[in-house]
Design a protein around this ligand. Structure first.
Ligand code: MRU
Length: 352
């Protein structure tokens, strides 16, 4: 695919300068600015504040982040090096609780340390660099495959609704839910995409509508509460979303509001597709009830994007960043290994 928006890398490493380079997604669509991060605190902050966001991109950032912590360690024998590594790992892991890719990537980096424990600390650092690069490179390949599988479920001219941003800047490249849209667009499918604005942090408005418009996709931005009328009008043939964690029974956590869209889809008889790299499926989490849901500051609801607060100062707020869509509302889960259908407990177990 050759759309120029796909060249915006969400996360890059400048190993020579020991910098993690992040596209600051809080500034989009008004500014495309890269931050050059050198400290663990600034990497933690970038994840917490959603400067880098989207489950796969968070995984990639944490892989490079822990690599930089390890690289800058002065320890020259394994035990003290590993102690420092574990502290840095726990710190980065505390940035956000829901997207399992954060923990998946950090665990993968720790396994790399332990596999190489007989080697010198310098050699372990080199192995960690390769592992972090592999996490990034594999994600690009995975997203492309998800796009290819997902495209088999879509037809030219379809109306497609999406929630939040599961696009190229949420991943190494292509996105998950948006990958089939890019692939179809390249083939001239003429999709008509509806992007939910996705309150309160407006990933749909700021990021999805920006990405798709840049690529020349026919995209219409709607407020979250307009999804029902758009569906009732007969304009939506499929819903595509990403996810932050899929439990072993197929329940899927994604951006707040996703479960409401799934309930609407069932009401209107519209297929509801979840796009999930295997790194987002957590077989150690039995059901959606066991997925920790991130609670964020209430100010994000009424202050973050407005020139003046649009609710009285001190108002009570409830701001969960994610909700869980029950497995029985999900028509199919699209992975890089193929399309999973219900019953998910079985199809997921078979895959692993
Ligand atoms: O809070 P965010 O913006 O990190 O939430 C992102 C989502 O909910 C995405 O849909 C999900 O991480 C999949 S990204 C390919």
């Amino acid at each position: 695919m050759s759309f120029s928006v796909l060249e915006f890398a969400a996360v890059k490493l400048d190993d020579e300068k020991s910098e993690l380079i992040i596209l600051d997604q809080t500034l989009l669509p008004n500014e495309t600015k890269y931050l050059h991060l050198t400290t663990q605190e600034s990497i933690w902050e970038a994840i917490y504040k959603l400067r880098v966001r989207g489950a796969p991109a968070i995984g990639i950032a944490s892989g490079y982040g822990i690599y930089l912590a390890a690289k800058l360690s002065r320890a020259d024998e394994f035990e003290s090096f590993y102690d420092e590594f574990k502290k840095a790992k726990a710190y980065l892991a505390s940035a956000r609780p829901t997207a399992v890719n954060l923990f998946w990537a950090l665990d993968r980096m720790e396994r790399c340390v332990l596999t190489n424990k007989e080697k010198s600390v310098n050699e372990i650092k080199k192995a960690l660099l390769s592992e972090a690069n592999a996490i990034r490179d594999e994600d690009e390949e995975v997203c492309r495959k998800i796009g290819e599988h997902a495209l088999t479920l879509l037809k030219p001219g379809m109306g497609i609704l999406t929630h939040c941003n599961a696009g190229t800047i949420a991943t190494a490249k292509y996105g998950t839910a948006l990958a089939p849209i890019y692939l179809g667009h390249e083939k001239g499918y003429g999709f008509k995409v509806f992007a939910d604005e996705t309150r309160p942090l407006l990933q749909g408005a700021r990021l999805t509508s920006w990405e798709l418009k840049e690529a020349g996709v026919d995209v219409t931005l709607i407020c979250d509460n307009m999804a029902s009328i758009v569906m009732k009008n007969g304009w939506v043939d499929a819903v595509v979303v990403g996810c932050d964690r899929v439990a072993a029974n197929g329940d899927a956590a994604n951006k707040i509001g996703t479960s409401g869209v799934a309930i609407l889809s069932k009401h209107y008889g519209i297929p509801f597709y979840v796009h999930a790299p295997l790194s987002t499926i957590d077989i150690n989490t039995p059901t959606g009830k066991d997925i920790p849901i991130e609670l964020r500051p209430g100010e994000e609801i009424y202050k973050a994007w407005y020139a003046k607060p649009m609710a009285p100062e001190g108002v009570n707020t409830y701001n969960p960043a994610f909700d869980v869509t029950d497995a029985d509302l999900i028509t199919a889960i699209i992975t890089e290994k193929g399309i999973l259908y219900p019953p998910y407990t079985e199809s997921i177990a078979e895959l692993f």
